[in-house]
Design a binder for this molecule. Structure first.
Ligand code: MG
Length: 241
């Protein structure tokens, strides 16, 4: 559990503090058999970011060195702890992003320490990746939460070892002369279930605090987080909108 969250700020337009331990937990929705199906190929106009063959579309965030995450079982990219976050070489604005991921079947850790990774839109705005199947944690830190801001509408997570499917529809924020003129909006479909419905972000992702907007270019890379857990990814593609 998060320490000292009582001192965290209230999230605007809610009754809850950032990482509030007593914020209502979303209802659990069993996502059906989708998580047990094999992966399918991307649509014809998608930019493929990972198809299992190599990690050439990715570099590490801080120093642009080639991606050191490993490819296992021929088509899966897995976090190598302590190598740190990776990002796409290409940049994106408004987009549809498809990501599939899986948590280790060997259960290790609890709360935010179990199967934690994340998808950072434009490097700034995290859509949480977490093994939250029978793993309580604060609501704004669950899978598909806008971390520290907005829990998912329901918890439609599948079991460790199964494949979560994220379909993210992203509307990038707009800055005009370094002033925010339109915030970011995001819709997330998790294993076929809408869990974020055109949510208006209050700012970039932070921990224990309220994020604000800081001007950035109209396009930015997608980041994947190394949170120290052996989270696997497959079939990552994106379409410009
Ligand atoms: Mg994370």
């Amino acid at each position: 559990m998060t320490k000292n969250y009582e001192n965290n700020p209230i999230i605007p337009n809610t009754d809850w503090k950032v990482h509030d331990q007593i914020r209502a937990q979303p209802e659990i929705v069993v996502p059906g058999s989708l998580c047990e199906l094999p992966s399918v190929t991307p649509p014809s106009d998608a930019t493929v970011l990972f198809d299992g063959s190599n990690t050439e579309e990715w570099v590490h965030v801080n120093d642009d060195r080639p991606c050191e995450w490993e490819i296992i079982d021929d088509n899966i990219m897995r976090v190598v702890p302590k190598t740190k976050n990776i990002k796409t070489k290409k940049s994106f604005g408004d987009c549809q992003l498809h990501v599939e991921w899986s948590a280790p079947t060997e259960i290790k850790g609890e709360g935010q320490g179990r199967g934690n990774s994340g998808i950072f839109m434009m490097g700034d705005y995290e859509i949480q990746v977490l093994d939250d199947y029978s793993n309580p944690t604060y609501a704004d830190g669950l899978s598909c939460a806008l971390y520290g801001q907005k829990p998912p509408l329901v918890n439609s997570s599948c079991k460790p070892g199964q494949w979560h499917i994220y379909d993210i529809i992203w509307k990038a924020p707009i800055f005009t002369d370094d002033e925010l003129t339109s915030p970011a909006y995001v819709t997330v479909i998790h294993n076929g279930v809408v869990v974020q419905n055109n949510y208006k972000l209050i700012g970039r992702t932070t921990h224990m605090d309220l994020g604000t907007y800081a001007p950035h270019p109209a396009k930015g890379p997608i980041w994947l987080q190394d949170h120290g857990d052996l989270v696997s990814f497959r079939n990552i593609w994106i379409r410009d909108l």
